[in-house]
Design a protein around this ligand. Structure first.
Ligand code: SF4
Length: 156
């Protein structure tokens, strides 16, 4: 059993009310082998919602209190992103899973790249808030690309 970004499993939880369905990951969900979570919804944000980016650092800096998560109109949603990260960690622990597959580039779910905080489409290396917290807690966080490569290597 693994935990996955809910948008991969076809749930319309993205900021714009759509999803990032991934056929392989949805197949695992349909077979009962993947539990979907959306940290931003768990943090109390609505669907749809304004897009947000981490300003002043990455998810680790948000956990350490030196960066914030802001929306395109400047609303501070750091608290909701932190709440979503801790709620996700709680679910990961309850499910006893050791691997989580999260959507790259998201300010919550990114695990190697996130949007830069400049709101111009540029990206920077770093973790989203949830990925940072999960990694600090010893959970293996992988992106969709790495996970699909892994499935192909294992011939799954
Ligand atoms: Fe998908 Fe994560 Fe964004 Fe939720 S927070 S929509 S699960 S990428």
């Amino acid at each position: 059993m693994i935990i996955v970004s809910a948008c991969f499993a076809g749930f319309d939880v993205k900021y714009n009310g759509s999803n990032n369905v991934n056929v392989k990951i949805k197949e695992l969900f349909d077979k009962g082998m993947a539990i979907p979570v959306c940290p931003e919804v768990l943090g109390g944000l609505s669907i749809p919602r304004e897009p947000a980016e981490i300003v002043g650092g990455d998810g680790d800096d948000v956990l350490d209190g030196s960066a914030k998560v802001l929306t395109t109109t400047g609303r501070d949603v750091t608290e909701q992103f932190l709440k979503g990260a801790y709620e996700t960690l709680k679910r990961v622990k309850e499910a006893g899973v050791t691997m989580v597959v999260l959507k790259e580039r998201s300010p919550s779910c990114g695990s190697t790249m996130i949007y830069s905080g400049k709101f111009n489409g540029s990206k920077r290396p770093g973790n989203g808030v949830t990925s940072a917290l999960l990694k600090r807690s010893g959970i293996q966080v992988v992106s969709e690309d790495h996970f699909i490569e892994y499935l192909e290597r294992m011939d799954i």
